[in-house]
Design a protein around this ligand. Structure first.
Ligand code: COA
Length: 140
């Protein structure tokens, strides 16, 4: 991908992107969603699953969900070859526009405590940390 990366290159995920999205997630250390998991997610809010594309290339990806009260951001990743060029900032800016359009008043996300780069990135965009601890339980 060249220097001419444009905001208009942020768009909704298409299934033809899947393999390249998986590669970005792998390169970002993110858990990969299978096609079946993604199909289930995309029944709701497909417009909140965004990629940063330049032609055939996928430089970054982010998956948003809206539960009717809060927006949640998951699996943000930018390919290592495309970092520190504002790709993630542009992805989140577009996602925030889409959350606002849905009437969503607040966005939450989780960051691993040892992910310093991730924390700095979120803080650069005004996301504040909270002391809450994630609790989770399988129900199937
Ligand atoms: C975190 C991540 C998504 C940032 O993507 P990016 O496209 O490089 O981010 P941007 O270029 O938009 O960065 C915007 C600002 O965030 C901060 N930032 C981003 N990466 C940073 C880093 N490695 N160290 C310190 N600050 C960083 C800086 O303030 C940066 O502005 P600057 O480049 O003008 O200094 C990317 O590093 C990544 O994919 N990391 C692995 C996966 C991950 O941690 N995802 C987030 C999980 S919650």
């Amino acid at each position: 991908m060249g220097e001419g990366f444009r905001v208009s290159d942020i768009r909704q995920f298409r299934w033809s992107d899947y393999d390249r999205v998986v590669e970005v997630w792998r390169q970002s250390g993110a858990d990969v969603l299978s096609r079946a998991e993604l199909e289930a997610k995309l029944v709701r809010d497909p417009e909140l699953f965004l990629v940063a594309a330049a032609g055939e290339d996928i430089a970054g990806v982010v998956l948003g969900t809206y539960d009717g009260r809060r927006g949640w951001i998951f699996r943000l990743g930018v390919h290592p070859g495309h970092r520190r060029r504002g790709v993630a900032t542009r992805l989140i800016a577009e996602l925030e526009v889409r959350f606002r359009a849905l009437g969503c008043p607040r966005i939450n996300l989780l960051v691993r405590p040892d992910n310093e780069a991730g924390l700095r990135f979120w803080q650069s965009l005004g996301y504040l940390t909270y002391p809450d601890v994630l609790c989770s339980k399988p129900v199937s």
